[in-house]
Write a protein that binds this ligand. Structure first.
Ligand SMILES: [Zn+2]
Length: 619
């Protein structure tokens, strides 16, 4: 529900004049932002925020977090800030805390002016340089706490002549862009530069594909063809299309790359140019994941993430579902789209099982606890295998096992797909948020007509071992556990999002330690390439006896180049394979499972067109 503020007509006119001189016609009173791309070489942006008249005393806030579940205190980048009234007279602005100010004398409106440094690259950041601007607006735009729900006009100035602007925001009459409120504004990334655009239509919606990269590094027709398959397959999976237009924004840098960030009407994805030349799989995988988020997390949304608290962490127990089960859907969507096959699907399942089983913390940290602790992921110690499990990893596996359980309990009438569709119909489309794990259980029980409380208590709230074979038997599969000799680089490292690789442990007496690698070191280059998303894969391809070359730095020892040999160590490998004797029933179930269809489906086999655009939906 939105609170309406009563304003007398004369004051509205004055407010519009203060808020946005370029406005004409009968647009609603709105807060205006003017973002000047004043000094690209210095990464400096100047922002003018024009507030409407209202209370004399206001609180202003720059979010402390956005996109990543990490507090990043964006106010660290504000070089200077001041406030003026309509006649240009300075107003008092007092700092109340990191990123929070108290403004006085703003009864007739006010303009807040500030300069902010923006040079964090990647889909979770904001960056202005001589090549382009890519902006997550929550990182740079202060809002007045009392005006968070007021409509907004956004203008860019000092845009270099040859640059264009791409954003899912609606263009406004009279120039610039508009948003219904601050939350919607900052859920809309902006790319400004000399990108290339390739669009396509699917199921009646427009898909805009914005690529800012060296054209020699990618084949846009192949990318568009794959995106088309992903969009069609996901819309089929959800039997829903809650938008008219959706935007994909891609960057393919040659250095480190950050992954993807979801938004309600768009996604921003960054991948290393060399990795996508070898195969488009990293691109289709992250794209299927981020695209599915337009439902799961953006619309099918846990209550604990609403309203977004820009002043501190939003603690939630639901990331195992919002992230992990999004990865489960990503697998099924890619399978349905023909981008991966059964063999790759089962290989990924085996790898995911191995990743969970090899972390001792799977016996001490539940999927819910891992979700709550997401805010600690920036810390190296937290990422150690004995400290934490990943809610992506455990959530994805739980999603797969939940799918098999729903099929069994419902006698093949319901699956994970019906569960997501039920949550879409009963939460998202009704404007409700779900009650974290209880909300998921409620949906699972509604579609399967079974009591799943023990199942959720053991594997979501608890740390019971998942009995893989009990679930997999229903589709004629089993987990084969073998000890093999695996390459051992002599250290354990982890990356936090788009950050460098930190060494979290070094094997005592091993080759890496003898070469001088220490816990706490940062690895910036591996095998002559800057460390990025694909480094883990590069490491996994090494064999015992191969040589590792790494550029390493630390506070204590500075930067140095190290070389050592890969050793071998026994490791348990998990492979998902056929049972020795598969019954026709198990075979039929497997076929339906891999297609994402319930055999005698409740809604799965229906041929309805996706439901029309919601128009009125808002979060
Ligand atoms: Zn995600």
């Amino acid at each position: 529900m939105k609170a309406l503020r009563l304003i007398c007509p004369i004051m509205v006119v004055a407010a519009i004049l203060i808020a946005s001189p370029a406005l004409h016609g009968q647009s609603p009173p709105s807060v205006s932002y003017f973002i000047a791309l004043a000094q690209p070489d210095q990464h400096l942006v100047e922002v003018h925020l024009s507030l409407l008249q209202g209370p004399a005393q206001r609180e202003l806030q720059l979010p402390v977090w956005n996109a990543l579940y990490q507090v990043r205190d964006f106010s660290q980048y504000i070089n200077w800030i001041h406030a003026l009234d309509g006649s240009g007279k300075p107003l008092s602005l007092r700092e109340l805390g990191k990123g929070r100010w108290q403004l006085e004398g703003a009864q007739d409106g006010a303009t807040i002016e500030y300069q902010i440094y923006v040079d964090s690259p990647g889909p979770f950041g904001a960056q202005l340089n001589s090549h382009h601007a890519f902006l997550n607006l929550a990182q740079i735009l202060i809002y007045a706490v009392d005006a968070r729900n007021t409509p907004i006009r956004l203008h860019f100035t000092h845009v270099p002549r040859e640059w264009q602007i791409a954003t899912p925001l609606a263009p406004a009459d009279g120039g610039g862009f508009s948003a219904d409120n601050y939350d919607r504004l900052v859920d809309s990334p902006v790319e400004i530069g000399t990108f290339r655009e390739s669009d396509f239509d699917e199921s009646g919606a427009r898909f805009r594909v914005i690529i800012d990269a060296d054209p020699a590094d990618y084949d846009s027709s192949q990318i568009v063809a794959d995106l088309h398959k992903i969009a069609a397959s996901a819309i089929w999976w959800m039997n829903d299309l809650p938008f008219d237009s959706y935007m994909f924004i891609y960057h393919f840098p040659h250095g480190p790359a950050g992954g993807g960030m979801e938004h309600a009407y768009s996604t921003a994805i960054e991948l290393n140019a060399d990795s996508i030349k070898q195969s488009l799989y990293p691109l289709t995988a992250v794209t299927a994941h981020e695209f599915f988020h337009l439902w799961n997390v953006k619309r099918i949304r846990p209550q604990t993430l609403e309203p977004v608290d820009y002043t501190k962490e939003n603690l939630t127990r639901a990331l195992w579902f919002s992230e992990g089960v999004t990865s489960t859907a990503e697998d099924f969507i890619q399978l349905r789209a023909g981008l991966i096959d059964e063999k790759q699907f089962l290989m990924n399942l085996g790898e995911q099982i191995g990743e969970l089983e090899r972390r001792p913390a799977h016996l001490t940290q539940s999927a819910e606890q891992s979700s709550l602790d997401a805010w600690l992921e920036g810390y190296t110690y937290y990422r150690r295998p004995e400290r934490s499990v990943s809610y992506y990893n455990k959530g994805e596996l739980f999603g797969l096992m939940l799918d098999l359980t729903l099929r069994e309990q419902s006698h093949d009438r319901a699956s994970l797909r019906e569960l997501l569709q039920w949550m879409n119909a009963n939460y998202a489309r009704k404007g409700r948020y779900f009650d974290d794990s209880n909300g998921v259980r409620e949906a699972a029980e509604a579609v399967s007509h079974a009591d799943l409380s023990a199942f959720f208590a053991k594997y979501v709230a608890g740390t019971d071992e998942l009995p893989w074979n009990d679930f997999l038997r229903t589709v004629g599969l089993q987990v084969d556990v073998q000890t093999t000799t695996m390459p051992d680089p002599g250290f354990l490292a982890s990356r936090s999002f788009d950050g460098p690789m930190s060494v979290v442990a070094v094997s005592p007496g091993g080759e890496a330690e003898q070469a001088g690698l220490r816990e706490g070191d940062t690895i910036t280059e591996l095998q002559g390439k800057s460390v990025g998303q694909e480094s883990r894969q590069d490491l996994s391809r090494l064999k015992p006896g191969d040589t590792i070359t790494a550029k390493v730095r630390s506070h204590r020892s500075g930067e140095r180049e190290l070389k050592w040999k890969v050793a071998g160590r026994p490791e348990t490998a998990y492979e998902v394979k056929d049972l020795d004797h598969i019954t026709p029933d198990q075979r039929a179930r497997r076929a339906a499972w891999l297609k994402g269809e319930a055999q005698t489906g409740v809604g799965a086999n229906s041929q309805q067109r996706p439901a029309g655009n919601t128009g009125g939906w808002s979060q």
